[in-house]
Design a binder for this molecule. Structure first.
Ligand SMILES: [Zn+2]
Length: 239
Protein backbone atom coordinates (compact mmCIF):
# COMPACT_ATOMS: atom_id res chain seq x y z
CA UNK A 1 0.00 0.00 0.00
CA UNK A 2 1.58 3.29 -1.08
CA UNK A 3 1.70 6.20 1.37
CA UNK A 4 0.77 8.63 -1.42
CA UNK A 5 -2.41 6.62 -2.23
CA UNK A 6 -3.47 6.60 1.40
CA UNK A 7 -2.91 10.32 1.78
CA UNK A 8 -4.94 11.00 -1.36
CA UNK A 9 -7.77 8.72 -0.07
CA UNK A 10 -7.68 10.69 3.18
CA UNK A 11 -7.87 13.97 1.23
CA UNK A 12 -10.90 12.77 -0.72
CA UNK A 13 -12.60 11.59 2.47
CA UNK A 14 -11.92 14.89 4.22
CA UNK A 15 -14.04 16.74 1.71
CA UNK A 16 -16.94 14.30 2.15
CA UNK A 17 -19.43 13.81 4.94
CA UNK A 18 -18.67 10.92 7.35
CA UNK A 19 -21.42 8.86 5.66
CA UNK A 20 -19.40 8.82 2.42
CA UNK A 21 -15.86 8.28 3.72
CA UNK A 22 -15.90 4.54 3.05
CA UNK A 23 -15.84 5.31 -0.69
CA UNK A 24 -12.20 6.52 -0.93
CA UNK A 25 -11.20 3.76 1.51
CA UNK A 26 -12.58 1.10 -0.84
CA UNK A 27 -10.94 2.88 -3.77
CA UNK A 28 -7.58 2.20 -2.05
CA UNK A 29 -8.43 -1.51 -2.35
CA UNK A 30 -9.12 -1.09 -6.06
CA UNK A 31 -12.91 -1.57 -5.78
CA UNK A 32 -14.39 0.45 -8.66
CA UNK A 33 -17.11 3.00 -8.07
CA UNK A 34 -19.91 0.99 -9.73
CA UNK A 35 -19.31 -2.05 -7.54
CA UNK A 36 -18.80 -0.07 -4.32
CA UNK A 37 -22.40 1.12 -3.99
CA UNK A 38 -23.82 -2.30 -4.85
CA UNK A 39 -21.96 -4.16 -2.11
CA UNK A 40 -24.10 -5.07 0.86
CA UNK A 41 -23.19 -3.12 3.98
CA UNK A 42 -21.67 -6.31 5.40
CA UNK A 43 -19.58 -6.95 2.27
CA UNK A 44 -18.33 -3.37 2.46
CA UNK A 45 -17.43 -3.74 6.13
CA UNK A 46 -15.66 -7.08 5.51
CA UNK A 47 -13.46 -5.35 2.90
CA UNK A 48 -12.76 -2.50 5.33
CA UNK A 49 -11.72 -5.05 7.97
CA UNK A 50 -9.30 -6.53 5.39
CA UNK A 51 -7.94 -3.06 4.72
CA UNK A 52 -7.56 -2.40 8.46
CA UNK A 53 -5.56 -5.61 8.83
CA UNK A 54 -3.33 -4.68 5.91
CA UNK A 55 -2.68 -1.12 7.08
CA UNK A 56 -2.51 -1.32 10.85
CA UNK A 57 -2.45 -5.02 11.75
CA UNK A 58 -5.08 -7.45 12.96
CA UNK A 59 -5.29 -6.41 16.63
CA UNK A 60 -7.86 -3.77 17.49
CA UNK A 61 -8.43 -1.90 20.74
CA UNK A 62 -11.83 -0.21 20.80
CA UNK A 63 -12.95 2.23 23.47
CA UNK A 64 -16.53 2.78 24.67
CA UNK A 65 -18.18 4.48 27.61
CA UNK A 66 -20.28 2.53 30.08
CA UNK A 67 -23.98 3.43 29.59
CA UNK A 68 -24.52 3.24 33.37
CA UNK A 69 -21.55 5.03 34.96
CA UNK A 70 -19.77 6.57 31.92
CA UNK A 71 -16.51 4.76 32.80
CA UNK A 72 -14.13 4.43 29.81
CA UNK A 73 -13.97 0.75 28.81
CA UNK A 74 -11.34 -0.73 26.49
CA UNK A 75 -11.80 -3.96 24.58
CA UNK A 76 -9.03 -5.68 22.65
CA UNK A 77 -9.89 -8.14 19.90
CA UNK A 78 -8.67 -9.49 16.56
CA UNK A 79 -10.09 -8.56 13.15
CA UNK A 80 -11.08 -12.21 12.69
CA UNK A 81 -13.10 -12.17 15.94
CA UNK A 82 -15.62 -9.76 14.40
CA UNK A 83 -15.74 -11.42 11.00
CA UNK A 84 -19.03 -13.12 10.19
CA UNK A 85 -19.90 -15.17 7.15
CA UNK A 86 -23.25 -14.51 5.41
CA UNK A 87 -25.38 -17.66 4.92
CA UNK A 88 -25.77 -16.84 1.19
CA UNK A 89 -25.40 -13.90 -1.19
CA UNK A 90 -26.17 -10.87 1.01
CA UNK A 91 -27.14 -8.77 -2.02
CA UNK A 92 -29.83 -11.24 -3.15
CA UNK A 93 -33.56 -10.50 -3.02
CA UNK A 94 -35.54 -12.73 -0.65
CA UNK A 95 -39.26 -13.38 -0.26
CA UNK A 96 -41.04 -12.97 3.05
CA UNK A 97 -44.56 -14.27 3.58
CA UNK A 98 -46.19 -13.09 6.78
CA UNK A 99 -49.70 -12.18 8.01
CA UNK A 100 -51.12 -12.50 4.47
CA UNK A 101 -48.43 -10.24 2.95
CA UNK A 102 -45.80 -11.28 0.43
CA UNK A 103 -42.78 -9.00 0.32
CA UNK A 104 -39.70 -9.06 -1.90
CA UNK A 105 -36.74 -7.31 -0.31
CA UNK A 106 -32.96 -7.32 0.05
CA UNK A 107 -30.55 -6.23 2.79
CA UNK A 108 -29.36 -2.59 2.57
CA UNK A 109 -26.52 -1.93 0.12
CA UNK A 110 -23.63 0.41 0.88
CA UNK A 111 -25.08 2.85 -1.67
CA UNK A 112 -28.43 2.93 0.16
CA UNK A 113 -26.81 4.17 3.37
CA UNK A 114 -24.98 6.87 1.45
CA UNK A 115 -28.35 8.21 0.23
CA UNK A 116 -29.78 8.65 3.73
CA UNK A 117 -28.10 12.03 4.19
CA UNK A 118 -31.32 13.74 3.07
CA UNK A 119 -33.35 12.20 5.94
CA UNK A 120 -34.39 14.67 8.62
CA UNK A 121 -34.69 12.12 11.44
CA UNK A 122 -33.89 8.53 12.37
CA UNK A 123 -37.49 7.55 11.55
CA UNK A 124 -37.20 9.22 8.13
CA UNK A 125 -33.95 7.36 7.47
CA UNK A 126 -35.56 4.00 8.40
CA UNK A 127 -38.46 4.79 6.05
CA UNK A 128 -36.14 5.73 3.18
CA UNK A 129 -34.09 2.58 3.71
CA UNK A 130 -37.21 0.39 3.78
CA UNK A 131 -38.45 2.00 0.55
CA UNK A 132 -35.10 1.32 -1.16
CA UNK A 133 -34.79 -2.28 0.03
CA UNK A 134 -38.36 -3.50 -0.56
CA UNK A 135 -38.84 -4.19 -4.25
CA UNK A 136 -42.46 -5.41 -4.09
CA UNK A 137 -45.16 -5.84 -1.43
CA UNK A 138 -48.54 -7.48 -2.00
CA UNK A 139 -51.54 -8.61 -0.03
CA UNK A 140 -53.39 -11.16 -2.12
CA UNK A 141 -53.39 -9.63 -5.62
CA UNK A 142 -53.15 -6.02 -4.48
CA UNK A 143 -49.90 -4.05 -4.34
CA UNK A 144 -49.30 -2.49 -0.93
CA UNK A 145 -47.21 0.66 -0.41
CA UNK A 146 -44.20 0.01 1.81
CA UNK A 147 -45.44 2.63 4.28
CA UNK A 148 -48.60 0.57 4.85
CA UNK A 149 -46.86 -2.66 5.84
CA UNK A 150 -47.80 -3.57 9.42
CA UNK A 151 -45.17 -3.20 12.15
CA UNK A 152 -44.93 -6.98 12.66
CA UNK A 153 -44.10 -7.55 8.97
CA UNK A 154 -41.54 -4.75 9.05
CA UNK A 155 -39.90 -6.23 12.12
CA UNK A 156 -39.67 -9.59 10.35
CA UNK A 157 -38.17 -7.90 7.29
CA UNK A 158 -35.52 -6.18 9.39
CA UNK A 159 -34.68 -9.50 11.09
CA UNK A 160 -34.37 -11.29 7.72
CA UNK A 161 -32.13 -8.51 6.37
CA UNK A 162 -29.89 -8.73 9.45
CA UNK A 163 -29.68 -12.53 9.21
CA UNK A 164 -28.80 -12.39 5.49
CA UNK A 165 -26.00 -9.85 6.04
CA UNK A 166 -24.68 -10.35 9.60
CA UNK A 167 -21.46 -8.38 9.03
CA UNK A 168 -23.56 -5.23 8.59
CA UNK A 169 -24.12 -4.99 12.34
CA UNK A 170 -21.02 -5.85 14.34
CA UNK A 171 -21.60 -5.81 18.08
CA UNK A 172 -19.14 -6.22 20.90
CA UNK A 173 -20.22 -7.39 24.32
CA UNK A 174 -18.55 -5.19 26.92
CA UNK A 175 -18.44 -5.40 30.70
CA UNK A 176 -17.71 -2.32 32.75
CA UNK A 177 -14.84 -2.96 35.22
CA UNK A 178 -16.24 -0.33 37.53
CA UNK A 179 -19.97 -1.20 37.87
CA UNK A 180 -20.03 -4.67 36.20
CA UNK A 181 -22.77 -3.54 33.78
CA UNK A 182 -22.77 -5.57 30.53
CA UNK A 183 -23.94 -4.24 27.17
CA UNK A 184 -23.57 -4.72 23.42
CA UNK A 185 -21.84 -1.84 21.63
CA UNK A 186 -21.88 -1.40 17.87
CA UNK A 187 -18.43 -1.52 16.26
CA UNK A 188 -18.43 0.75 13.20
CA UNK A 189 -15.38 -0.11 11.10
CA UNK A 190 -15.94 2.91 8.83
CA UNK A 191 -15.52 5.55 11.54
CA UNK A 192 -12.92 3.46 13.42
CA UNK A 193 -10.68 3.04 10.37
CA UNK A 194 -11.22 6.64 9.35
CA UNK A 195 -9.99 7.91 12.72
CA UNK A 196 -6.94 5.68 12.50
CA UNK A 197 -6.16 6.83 8.97
CA UNK A 198 -6.60 10.45 10.04
CA UNK A 199 -4.10 10.02 12.91
CA UNK A 200 -1.68 8.16 10.61
CA UNK A 201 -1.79 10.91 7.96
CA UNK A 202 -1.18 13.61 10.58
CA UNK A 203 1.84 11.77 11.89
CA UNK A 204 3.16 11.12 8.38
CA UNK A 205 2.83 14.80 7.45
CA UNK A 206 4.69 15.67 10.66
CA UNK A 207 7.50 13.28 9.58
CA UNK A 208 7.55 14.85 6.10
CA UNK A 209 7.85 18.28 7.64
CA UNK A 210 10.82 17.25 9.81
CA UNK A 211 12.66 15.43 7.03
CA UNK A 212 11.97 18.08 4.39
CA UNK A 213 13.19 20.78 6.79
CA UNK A 214 16.34 18.84 7.65
CA UNK A 215 17.32 17.38 4.27
CA UNK A 216 15.40 19.39 1.68
CA UNK A 217 13.74 16.25 0.23
CA UNK A 218 10.41 16.57 -1.55
CA UNK A 219 7.15 15.19 -0.17
CA UNK A 220 7.07 12.62 -2.99
CA UNK A 221 10.58 11.39 -2.11
CA UNK A 222 9.68 11.04 1.56
CA UNK A 223 6.35 9.29 0.80
CA UNK A 224 8.21 6.81 -1.40
CA UNK A 225 10.56 5.74 1.44
CA UNK A 226 9.85 2.61 3.43
CA UNK A 227 8.55 3.35 6.95
CA UNK A 228 11.71 1.82 8.47
CA UNK A 229 14.03 4.07 6.45
CA UNK A 230 11.91 7.11 7.29
CA UNK A 231 12.16 6.30 10.96
CA UNK A 232 15.95 5.85 10.81
CA UNK A 233 16.33 9.35 9.33
CA UNK A 234 13.86 10.75 11.86
CA UNK A 235 15.99 9.27 14.63
CA UNK A 236 19.03 11.12 13.22
CA UNK A 237 17.10 14.40 12.91
CA UNK A 238 15.92 14.16 16.53
CA UNK A 239 19.43 13.49 17.90
ZN1 LIG B 1 -20.05 1.20 34.50
Amino acid sequence: MLAADLVSAWEQGQSRSPAHRWQPLLAVLGVDVGRRTQLSVGQRDALLLDLRGELFGSSIVAVASCPDCAERVELGFEVDDVRTRPPGDPTATFELTSAGYTVLARPPAAGDLAELGTARSGADARELLMARCVTAARRGDADVPVTELPDGVRAELVARMAAADPQADTRLVLTCPSCACTWAATFDIVSFLWQELDAWVHSLIDDVHRLASAYGWSEAEIFAMSPSRRSLYLGLVRR
